[in-house]
Every structure is written in C-alpha cells, then in structure tokens.
Design a protein around this ligand. Sequence first.
Ligand SMILES: *Cc1c(COP(=O)(O)O)cnc(C)c1O
Length: 569
Amino acid sequence: MSQRYGMSQRYGGISRIAYFSMEIALVNEIPTYAGGLGVLAGDTLRSAADLSLPMVGVTLASRAGYFRQKIDSLGRQIEMPQMWEPAQYCTPAPAKVAVQIERRTVWVGAWHYCVEGSLGAKVPVLLLDTDLPENTVEDREITYFLYGRDASYRLKQEIVLGVGGVRMLQALGFRIGKYHMNEGHSALLALELLNRHAYRQRDVRPGEPSYDLPVVRSQCIFTTHTPVEAGQDQFDYGMVERVADGEFMDWREVRKLAGDERLNMTRLALNLSDYVNGVAKRHAEVSQRMFPGYEVHAITNGVHPHTWTSEFMASVYDAYMPGWRHEPEQLVRIDQVPDIAVWDAHQNAKQKLLERVAELTGKTLDPSLPILGFARRMTAYKRPDLIFSDFGRLREIARRQPFHLIMAGKAHPNDENGKHLIERIHLHMRELAEVMSIVFLPGYDMRLALEMVSGVDVWLNTPLRPLEASGTSGMKAAFNGVPSLSVLDGWWLEGCIEGITGWAVGNPTVGDEGNDVQDLYGKLENVVLPRYYGDRAAWIAIMKGAIAKNAAVFNSHRMIRRYATEAYM
Ligand SMILES: *Cc1c(COP(=O)(O)O)cnc(C)c1O
C-alpha cells in the first residue's frame, strides 16, 4: 500500500515519534490552538525539525478554530468562529480511515502540513478532518470547534484524534516507534494500540489480561499538564458506551485502566505509558502526590528560540552569537554584547508594540515609562486582577513612579468567571485612568504574544500556587531580554534568581507562601520601578541576566533533547 502514496514514500522509511496533541500552534494564521498547550506542541515540533529529530505531529483540523475574540464597550467578550481553509496551507493526505461513533462509520481524512527545520529537516503534521462528503452533516462538524460544545462532542473528537490518528499513521505508511500523548486528550490512542495487541481469545486463561499491556506501555509516553483532578478530561461511562460502542473492546478492561466510576483520560494515559512526566520540577512533585504508584518524571518546558524572539533582538543575537538559533545555549555569552545594542533592540520592539496598541485601542502610550505586561488565558487561577487588589496602594505607587500596564487574554466561552474577570479589568481601567494607562488588547494570539513579550519592560505573572504547571510566556519574555516579576510557581521556581533574572512574588516555601499582594506591591514600589528609573546600566544587567540565565536554558531545543534521551530512546 505504501507504494501508492507519494507522502508515505517520503516519510515511510525511518521510525518516528508520533506526537499527539488536541491543539498545535503551527503559525498564527492557522487558529488550531487555544493557549499554552498548543504553543508548547508547536514549539516541540519546531525544535524537532530544527534538530532533525524524526517526529510526526497528529492533531485535529479544528476548521472553526478556537474563537475570534472581540470586546465590547463594556468589556464583555464576544466570541465568533474563526474559520480557516486547510487547503490554503496544507496538502490533502492520500488516505482515509474509518472510526465507529454511535454505531455509525465516520470517515476521517487528513491534511498534511510541513514544519521545516533550520537545517532543512521536515516534520510532517497531520490535521485530521471529518468534513468529508461521505459523513453526515453532524459528523462533518466533529473536527470544527476546538474545546467546543459538550462532553459527547469532546469524546467524539478524542475518538477521531486517538483512534483515527493511529489508523491514519498506519494508512499513510508511517513507521512509529513511540507515541507521545501531550495531555490526556489523545489517550484513546493507547486503547487502539491495545486492540492491536489483543491475544487470541482461545489463548487467554480466565482472569488473565487479554491484551499485551507491556508492549503497548513500552510504546507510550504521557506528559501531564493539569495539577488538579477537576481539570482532567473525564467522561460518564453511560455516554462513553453510547458514543464509542463498536470501537472498544471489553468495557470491563477499559474500566480497569481508566477508572471505575468515570472514564478518566489521565488514568488511562498513566496506566498505558512507561514514561510519564510533568512540565516543571514542582509540577512533577505535585503530580507525583496526585498519582501515587506511578513514577512521574520532570522535564521542564521550553519555548522555541526564533519563534519567540523579536526581529530586533534576533538580529543582535545573529551578529554576536550566530549559532544561537540551533544552539540557544550560546546566549550565555550575551555579556559580550554592548549594553546599547540590547537596549536599542528592546526600544525598537517597544515602539512596535506601542504602534500596535494605538492601532487596536486608539491609545497613545509614553515609551519613556516602564510597561508591565500580563497576557494569558483569562481564568480564575491566573489571577489577572491580583494587581488591582488595593487601589489606594496601586494609585500611590503609580503616582510616584508612573508605569503602564498592557493586558490581553481570552476566556473560554463557558468560563463565566473568566469573562467576568475581563469585564472587571475594563472597569478598573476606567477607575484608574487618571493615574495610570491600562490597555486591554483584544484577540490574544501568537502574533500579539510575541509583540507583548518583546515590547514590555517587565513580564508579570501572578497565578495561584501550585496551579501554574509550568507557564511559558515568561520564557518568551526572557528571549527578548524582558525580566519576569512572578509568583514562585511552575518554571519560575527554577528560573528566578532574585535581582538577576527578575523578581519573585511570594515565598518559595510550601505552606508558607507569604502574602502575594503585599509582596507584589512591595517589589514594584521598592525594587523594580526604582531600578528602572534609577540605574540604566543595572537595568540592562537584569535584561542580560534573563537572556543568559533563562533563555539559554528554558528553550524547547533543550526540552526536546531531554525527551529524546530520557523518554523516546
Ligand atoms: C505562550 C502563549 C500562551 C501560554 O502562556 P502562559 O504563560 O503559559 O500562560 C498562551 N497563549 C498564547 C497565544 C501564547 O503565545
């Protein structure tokens, strides 16, 4: 079969790692991502391509994207579909596979997107698509809305991703050595592998497993991203048996692997993977406590070097450390770059951001003032409103040492709390208008993320511990010489060297985290702003500290090398 297909001839030879993710941020124009998980997946594939690691990505086409965000005059989020046309960026893959959903045959096609590395290696990505004429109108929409609709819709998507994805790889002639599940959404892939390794019925003695678990486990890697049980994908068995009937084996076996009460995708992935990891050291510890009996390793996330560096800073690095795109460790030599070159590159990025602010909001910000940036999913645990806890104190600080605040972020359409946070921020903007300029930029996406992390002066992050599994936007900021002012959680516990790479909010000791609000105000008032206003050379030293001691380490090249040697080999 593989002879017939052009693509499989090109990709069939070597054994690859299949990287499965519900969302992958390929380029900004392709809206198949919602946030950090998708950006991490995209950065993983970009680094694999740069380092010539044989991988293939598998995700959904998500034809209607996540959503396009608008904000009305009262600060209310308006959501609209963000349709995109796969044929514009991808080629159709020459295969079609079938999965069973609600006892119907649903056909799954795929689009082939190519991630090209800096040395020319190519990593293919398959975007699975059920929008085919042979499917019912309803089934054609299974691969439309990323994280949309209800639980049964999500389960159908996960059947397409996990089961359809494994079949598609096979139909296209890929040879797969390992299957990497980026979060639990794709865990049904492991059940599909189990089906392939079922013993013949007459060989199974009563009470013994009817599948070759060790073989499947030796092929699977699971990266967990969710430090709370409530955040994990779980489905009622009643619904699962109705939707997935005809697809899976013995439900008794499934219950043994995925939990008795509900089908828990995290459990399933844990039980069917030989290698399990969290995305930062602290997150791995928290996950280890959540999942006693499993060994949870830690591989701290990273971001892709040139995707997340402004054109201005990139040309400074190109001039002084020309190998940095392939080997970002070279950024440890940033001290050989004259201060003025780093400062000027940052001012250019700042100017570019301010032009974007003017375009999106009509507001003109003063480039001589320090700018704080905060952008991420608008959801309760990220606490985007923490900085507004004490208006009196905030006004006092801003009056003496003025600064701007630029914010952005989407709330999930079903997250009423998150949407309320966006409204409240807009209210605070008006209430504080006479002492400080605060702007909220609509439509947070990869482009806006790069403009913000490179154009602000300080990157702010104030999540509720220990819920920030890793966090990656602060790493992007570091690539642009922008230090973080952040709660000690996720990657920042490993990245923060006080006063050298940025500043900590709160206390690192578990159980004695201190008072985040007081500490945030204290650091701003007494350390960060005085340093910005008082001593340019000392400020640039911190910018360089972020580059040398954070960007050189917290990049996805380092991350993927660790996956290669510790998980894939
Ligand atoms: C990097 C990125 C994120 C993740 O940022 P966190 O700091 O991990 O919350 C989310 N959305 C977009 C568009 C990004 O580029």
